[in-house]
Write a new protein. Structure first.
Length: 218
């Protein structure tokens, strides 16, 4: 792992989204989802699943229910989860640059995710990031998940820093919208979907490029 020089005085904390930003899970979840719908005789286009990226489970359930009101959501979730678990049985992969960047930073670090706590902690461990973050804000910690700003505001509160002194790394539109609404500097690293960048201060191809752009590393 390369050793990166730090230049992080512009910020008091760094916050990362989890799925699709720190770890490579979105493509696996997408494939599992397509199989789950098909197994119930309710095949959908991949574009429909794209609209679920970055959203929490209740929001996804509402969208699926509106799209396929005849579908058994409990059965769908069971099939989807089983397919995802099968795909990650051999472990999860950190996104390019994630491990090196997290190791280089000496600022307070947090994760803000729409996953539940058990899932988030498990995924961090599988990706080699179990002890990297002082705070992990999950779906279980908030009333209003992304794209509402509450998860990011809670992270700032727990780290005792002003939101404006935080930089947030996100892949999805919903996540970038949440961080922007919280008043943070937003670096968006698109994963599966392109972005218009309307909620981001910077759009970059990878984490290390974004960190250099905002002065976190040299």
């Amino acid at each position: 792992m390369p050793v990166l020089a730090r230049h992080d005085a512009a910020f008091d904390a760094v916050i990362f989204d989890l799925d699709g930003t720190l770890i490579d899970t979105e493509s696996l979840s997408l494939a599992a989802g397509l199989d789950a719908f098909a197994s119930l005789g309710a095949a959908v286009e991949v574009e429909f699943l794209h609209c679920l990226i970055g959203k929490d489970r209740p929001a996804c359930a509402r969208l699926i229910g509106a799209h396929r009101p005849d579908l058994d959501l409990v059965a769908l979730n069971t099939h989807w989860r089983a397919g995802f678990d099968q795909r990650i049985a051999s472990g999860l992969t950190a996104k390019p640059g994630a491990l090196a960047l997290v190791a280089a930073l000496r600022l307070p670090l947090a994760v803000v995710t729409s996953s539940d706590r058990d899932g988030a902690i498990w995924k961090l461990a599988q990706a080699g990031l179990a002890t990297a973050f002082g705070h992990v804000i999950t779906l279980d910690d908030v009333t209003c998940a992304k794209p509402a700003p509450e998860p990011y505001l809670l992270a700032a509160t727990r780290m005792a820093v002003a939101p404006a002194r935080c930089v947030a790394f996100e892949d999805s539109e919903a996540g970038a919208e949440a961080a922007q609404a919280a008043g943070m500097v937003v670096v968006q690293v698109p994963d599966l979907l392109p972005t218009t960048g309307r909620f981001a201060h910077h759009v970059v191809p990878d984490l290390l490029s974004g960190a250099r752009l905002v002065g976190l590393i040299g």
